[in-house]
Write a protein that binds this ligand. Structure first.
Ligand SMILES: Cc1cc2nc3c(=O)[nH]c(=O)nc-3n(C[C@H](O)[C@H](O)[C@H](O)COP(=O)(O)O)c2cc1C
Length: 164
């Protein structure tokens, strides 16, 4: 073991496979969002989620301002959305590539496997990111969600093994 440089750190922690989501909120009338994999459930009682957002993420400011956010869990067919939402394209351009709707004052992506709407609880510093915790207002899952999009080793992947 050795103290890593930045690249070694990224490569090493990138070996932890994750799901891929779009974290979203309204900026005035328009939707805003970013691809995020640093997303997980935090608490059952009360029900809470956490997301980690880069201090440089435009979506962080929108989430902070809006006071609530959505998490859309992407399926394997939504790789294109994962790619464009990971860019600094204009929000209009990002959202024109997906179909979305307003749910409880949060823009969520149609066709995603699952959706969670949260009220911001706390924003906690974490180096060059922040940890945003949110109380869950509503959840919604597809009856037959299909396969998730996976991120691992710097690549988007699909699950190709049967549950064992
Ligand atoms: C697979 C993947 C996962 C990502 N996860 C996160 C994340 O958890 N938090 C984050 O702040 N950025 C994450 N990013 C980077 C953002 O999507 C990227 O910085 C984006 O341009 C931010 O857009 P915005 O400035 O419009 O909010 C991820 C990118 C990819 C490709």
């Amino acid at each position: 073991m050795a103290a890593p440089d930045r690249n070694e750190f990224r490569q090493t922690v990138g070996l932890l496979p994750t799901g891929v989501t779009v974290v979203s909120a309204f900026q005035g009338p328009g939707p805003a969002g970013a691809t995020a994999s640093a997303v997980c459930s935090l608490s059952l009682e009360p029900m809470m989620m956490l997301i980690c957002l880069d201090l440089g993420s435009r979506s962080l400011e929108v989430v902070r301002e809006a006071g609530r956010f959505g998490i859309s869990v992407l399926g394997e067919s939504q790789r294109g959305a994962a790619e464009i939402f990971a860019t600094k394209a204009e929000q209009e351009e990002k959202w024109a590539t997906v179909s979305w709707r307003d749910h409880l004052g949060v823009p969520i992506i149609e066709g995603s496997l699952a959706r969670v709407v949260c009220e911001v609880a706390e924003i906690i510093p974490g180096g060059d990111h922040v940890i945003v915790t949110g109380e869950v207002l509503e959840v919604e899952a597809e009856d037959d969600p299909g396969e998730p999009l996976i991120y691992h080793g710097g690549l988007f992947r699909r699950l190709d093994s049967e549950p064992g």
